[in-house]
Design a protein around this ligand. Structure first.
Ligand code: AR6
Length: 171
């Protein structure tokens, strides 16, 4: 099942929420800042351990940490592509973010996952193209993996909510 809601992702009770992080995993602005602020220091401590073990998190990849004080059980941090005109594999990398986040969710027995609109803020990905990729990639993944029962697209603004709904109506 796929749902769309307009809300703050830090308020959502699901097995895992996804963070639109950067490759340092050390926090930042936007949804990343909100998640670290609301979840507390335990998230950053886990991120530091991951960085010490494997180095930075590359664009399109995902890692999982505690959700600290958040209502979710886990935070899956993924690094979206910076939009650079569209000819630098941005679309493939954005699809990788959704796929790798869901793979990690399955590996950690998560049945419900909430996504923000990855890369559509500071990273300037066009919202309409991002919505197409988000819905297509998630729906294809769910058709192959019945372990995940629910994905919620958590939009922060009306425009993303309208665009995601438009894409959902096509499937
Ligand atoms: N809940 C849900 N969505 C949110 C929230 C929230 N609390 N806050 C913002 N959004 P952005 P990016 C939406 O900029 O483009 C950070 O500094 C926002 O409206 O958070 O992937 C990282 O550290 C937008 O639609 O992430 C990176 O350096 C969407 O989340 C960089 O920004 C993504 O916007 C990543 O940029």
């Amino acid at each position: 099942m796929i749902q769309v809601i307009k809300n703050d992702i830090t308020k959502i009770s699901v097995d895992a929420i996804v963070n639109a992080a950067n490759s340092s995993l050390m926090g930042g602005g936007g949804v990343d800042g909100a998640i670290h602020r609301a979840g507390g220091n335990a998230i950053l401590e886990d991120c530091r351990k991951i960085i010490a073990r494997q180095g930075s998190c590359k664009t399109g990849e995902a890692v999982i940490t505690t959700a600290g004080k958040l209502p979710a059980n886990y935070v899956i941090h993924t690094v979206g592509p910076v939009w650079n005109g569209g000819n630098k594999n941005e679309k493939e990398k954005l699809a990788d973010c959704y796929k790798n986040s869901l793979k990690l969710a399955v590996e950690n027995n998560c049945k419900s996952v909430a996504f923000p609109s990855i890369s559509t803020g500071v990273y300037r990905f066009p919202k309409d193209v991002a919505a197409q990729i988000a819905v297509k990639t998630v729906s294809e993944f769910l058709s192959k993996h019945n372990e995940i029962e629910k994905v919620i697209f958590v939009c922060f603004d009306d425009e993303n909510e309208i665009l995601i709904n438009k894409e959902l109506n096509k499937i």
